[in-house]
Design a protein around this ligand. Sequence first.
Ligand SMILES: [Zn+2]
Length: 367
Amino acid sequence: MENFIVSARKYRPDTFQTVVGQASITSTLKNAIKNRQLAHAYLFCGPRGVGKTTCARIFAKTINCQNLTAEVEPCNECESCQAFNSNRSYNIHELDAASNNSVDDIRNLTDQVRIPPQIGHYSIYIIDEVHMLSQAAFNAFLKTLEEPPKHAIFILATTEKHKIIPTILSRCQIFDFNRIKVSDIAGHLGYVAKSEAVEIESEALNVVAQKADGAMRDALSIFDQIVSFSGKSITYKDVISNLNVLDYDYYFRLIDLFLKNDIPGSLMLFNEILDHGFDGHHFISGLSTHIRDLLVCKDPITVQLLEVGGEIKEKYKTQAVACEQEFLFGALGISNECDMQYKASQNKRLLIELNLIKMAQLTLKKK
Ligand SMILES: [Zn+2]
């Protein structure tokens, strides 16, 4: 494979501004630096792949930058920044608690805490997956956290906030990282694609972003996988076949058939989907999502809950206009019920067909 890119590493943000989808957190961190109101301990919580460790590293670098920019960003040029960027800084210490969770590991770290930094003002200790520390390690760490030396700053990161004991929580400033929005992920992927001279349809970007479920790291690795498979010109069709995603066009067509009370057409379309090798359960849960998306389009307040971008958004809006709210409520109830019954059903195909028939009759009663 020629010039295979690992985009997650290559496009790892190195300034606050380049962090995607966490604007409120990065601006709070910048303000803390600007106003010199640094806490001794931070806890970054949130799902995997949303930028916790990345933000911790940028924060650490910025705190020690000798030549902050006007926007409170690291200069990436001073001695301290360069040491950070080439992973040779003595001011940053990282511990992955998932694989180093013993008392000895923590003692090694806390022993270093006493030593003041040689360059810069602060030594930063990042402990990733901090919930993995053993009970004894937690206790050993607590002592340091209770009386940290002036120059020490701890940034703890976890995907499981509920596992952190209250004595630690109460000593940390807590930041909750959110899943990154589909539109933000798609936007960033578009930027990466452009930088790599990859041509990719916007609908394709959207599918990748949705598949990543809020995690930028996953989005970038899916993107790499598709580039290595399809090359530098990527269509929506390439992506859905590569990721085994059901074309949303099927759902649009199905809803149109329901509105026309076309039972044979609905059953034939379902047959076509099965013929393409898609699983029935996958189909029915996708249909529920589709109806839900139409429903949120009906109201200007909930339309922001629609997690698709660009041209597809317009398709949703158009179809939503064609659907009565009552029909959507009914169809969502039926497909959700079908989704729940699916596992227990002896004849799964019949179960889905029966429910498709029900949905196709919803608007019949009114006529
Ligand atoms: Zn600097």
